[in-house]
Structure formats: structure tokens, C-alpha cells
Design a protein around this ligand. Structure first.
Ligand SMILES: CC(C)(COP(=O)(O)OP(=O)(O)OC[C@H]1O[C@@H](n2cnc3c(N)ncnc32)[C@H](O)[C@@H]1OP(=O)(O)O)[C@@H](O)C(=O)NCCC(=O)NCCS
Length: 181
């Protein structure tokens, strides 16, 4: 098996390393204009399939890991939550996106909260950001619900994105990283 992140279990969800069984669900999700409305538009299936296949085969260990999200009682890919380096913010960023069939059930919040706790806790990162289009109200709400606060705006390609930030509680001047809404 390629190196992948450890599985994280939450009340309703399992966050696990991606496998090749997730390849087509990821390609379908990322070809959906509604999923990509605020994140650059739908991706070409063929090009994206090869890119995602390569990343799954290579594996993506922590700290910059990607977790497939599935229901604990109904396995099967519903979305992704990931950590990656943000050149724009100069920090590790957290991202989330789901197949539309999973929207509106608190899935992104539950998954993102668990990944944020892991990033600021066991992984030991001092701060995490999320870069979100100001029009993407659902994503902003997810960031707010997991305790991230808007810090500033940064240019990204041709747009401005809002930077939401959370820090380790132990850092001087830091805000609590995670709390319930
Ligand atoms: C953003 C996304 C991951 C949210 O997933 P989700 O599981 O539906 O999110 P949750 O249910 O945990 O929380 C969504 C919150 O946004 C709110 N919301 C949803 N649509 C909204 C809108 N148009 N305006 C304002 N609030 C909205 C919901 O009511 C909920 O808040 P609440 O719990 O206070 O009621 C999902 O919509 C998605 O995959 N979008 C496309 C990809 C994307 O844009 N990813 C983020 C890139 S920064």
C-alpha cells in the first residue's frame, strides 16, 4: 500500500486514505459544475483522472494528506477533506468538497473539524488556513462552525479569496482552534 494518512473516525463518518476505488467518484465529483462553482470550474475528466490516479498511487502521507470521506454505516466515497501547502498564505491549508448528494447534512463540518483537530493536535501544525471565495457561503459557514475566523484576503489567480484561520490554542495570542457552533 502507498503511504497514506491514518484513518480518522467521527460520530458518523470514516475518513480514510484514498484508494483506486475512489478514482471515478472523485472524477465525477470534480466534473460537476455545482461542485466546482467557486473553485475554478469543472475539471476535464480525462486529464483529471490521470492526475488523481497518480496521486492515489503515490500516496499522500501527513502532513499534507487527503482523506476520502464515507459514512460509517454506508461505506462508499462521498467527498474529500485534505491538507496541502498554500503558496498564497504560506501555511498549510485545509480544503473540503463533497458530492452534492451528501450536501446539507453536516458532513463537511464533521469531517473538517476532525481533520483540523488532527492538524493542530497530533500533526502539530501551528496554524491552518482555508482559502474561500467570499460568495461561497456554505464553505464559509463550515469554516466558522469549526472555529476558524476570517483573517484577511489574498489574491488567487484572478480573484480574491478570504483567508480563514485557526491556530493551536497554546500559541500566544491564538484563538481556540475548534469549538462547536
Ligand atoms: C462547501 C461544502 C463542502 C459544504 O458541505 P456540507 O456537508 O453541505 O456542509 P455542512 O452541512 O457541514 O454545513 C453547511 C452550512 O452552510 C449553510 N449553507 C449552505 N448553503 C448556504 C448558502 N447558500 N448560504 C448560506 N449558508 C449556506 C448550511 O445551512 C450549513 O450551515 P448551518 O449548519 O449553520 O445550517 C459543499 O457545499 C461542497 O462540496 N461545495 C462544493 C465544493 C466547495 O465549494 N468546497 C469548498 C471550497 S473552499
Amino acid at each position: 500500500m502507498p503511504p497514506g494518512p491514518p484513518t480518522i473516525t467521527t460520530a458518523r463518518l470514516r475518513l480514510r486514505a484514498r484508494t483506486l476505488a475512489d478514482l471515478e467518484p472523485i472524477v465525477e465529483m470534480d466534473a460537476d459544475p455545482s461542485v466546482r462553482q467557486f473553485i475554478g470550474g469543472p475539471l476535464d475528466r480525462a486529464t483529471h483522472r490521470e492526475e488523481v490516479r497518480r496521486r492515489i498511487v503515490e500516496g499522500r502521507p501527513e502532513p499534507h494528506a487527503s482523506w476520502a470521506i464515507e459514512w460509517r454505516d454506508h461505506p462508499g466515497f462521498v467527498g474529500l477533506c485534505h491538507l496541502s501547502h498554500s503558496d498564497e498564505a504560506g501555511l498549510t491549508q485545509i480544503g473540503w468538497r463533497l458530492h452534492p448528494s451528501a450536501w446539507g447534512q453536516g458532513v463537511a463540518t464533521e469531517a473538517a473539524r476532525a481533520v483540523l483537530e488532527r492538524a493542530l493536535g497530533p500533526i502539530g501544525l501551528p496554524a491552518i488556513v482555508a482559502l474561500i471565495a467570499p460568495e461561497n457561503r456554505a464553505s464559509i459557514r463550515v469554516a466558522e462552525k469549526i472555529g476558524m475566523a476570517q483573517a484577511r484576503m489574498v489574491p488567487y489567480r484572478n480573484v480574491l479569496l478570504a483567508v480563514y484561520r485557526a491556530e493551536q490554542a497554546s500559541k500566544p495570542g491564538a484563538q481556540p482552534p475548534v469549538h462547536s457552533s
